[in-house]
Ligand binder design. Structure first.
Ligand SMILES: O=c1[nH]c(=O)c2ncn([C@@H]3O[C@H](COP(=O)(O)OP(=O)(O)OP(=O)(O)O)[C@@H](O)[C@H]3O)c2[nH]1
Ligand SMILES: [Mg+2]
Length: 184
């Protein structure tokens, strides 16, 4: 049975497909679920997945991915507001905000929520890295300013990014759980 990935972000879908291709087909759908006002990615993703599953008549399970960039020197900003901050001030200015700070550490976190008729489950992944001046053409979002092991996420191909990324780790957890569950 296909899994419906509820998102407007094609980069997320590309990464999920690369990872889950052998498990289930991933179908992208747009559904404007309520983004609850919360500083918890888990709460936002769980509500989104549940609401979407209940609203659509099909039995096919849904997943929602809520991601944030948490910058140490800015007390975790933009965190759950990462999409809003990218759309308003943009990635380049987020870099400039932190370029003067001594501590350039940041962390990406993804919470993936899965919902079907039996309930909702969440899976989490995170990666720590260093903020740098933008480099690379791949990826999306904040990828060009986030360096891991000498390379920005935008300098990696999808497979290399998935192997170390917040989303890749959440997808790995999900795939393990989903595999065990469909075995029996
Ligand atoms: O450098 C990045 N590497 C990533 O792997 C990544 N994943 C998400 N993001 C960005 O973080 C915000 C998440 O917001 P978000 O979870 O609400 O997603 P979104 O609004 O883009 O799509 P949707 O799924 O909500 O429709 C948005 O600004 C995304 O561009 C990333 N940036
Ligand atoms: Mg969003």
């Amino acid at each position: 049975m296909a899994i419906r990935f509820v998102t407007s972000n094609e980069g997320k879908v590309r990464e999920a497909r690369e990872y889950l291709a052998d498990i289930e087909p991933i179908e992208q759908i747009n559904y404007d679920y309520t983004e609850v006002q919360s500083d918890s990615l888990e709460e936002i993703a769980t509500h989104g997945a549940r609401e979407t599953f209940e609203a659509l008549s099909s039995d096919e399970p849904v997943i929602v991915d809520d991601t944030g960039l948490f910058i140490d020197s800015l007390e975790g900003f933009p965190g759950p507001y990462s999409a809003y901050v990218e759309d308003t001030v943009g990635v380049e200015r987020v870099w400039r905000l932190t370029s003067e700070e001594k501590n350039k550490r940041a962390r990406f976190r993804t919470v993936l929520a899965y919902a079907d008729e039996t309930g909702t489950e969440t899976f989490e992944g995170s990666v720590a890295g260093t903020l740098v001046a933008p480099r690379g053409e791949g990826g999306f979002g904040y990828d060009p300013i986030f360096e891991y092991n000498g390379e920005t996420l935008a300098e990696m191909d999808t497979e290399a990014k998935n192997a170390i990324s917040h989303r890749g780790r959440a997808l790995a957890e999900f795939a393990e759980w989903y595999g065990e569950r469909t075995d029996d």
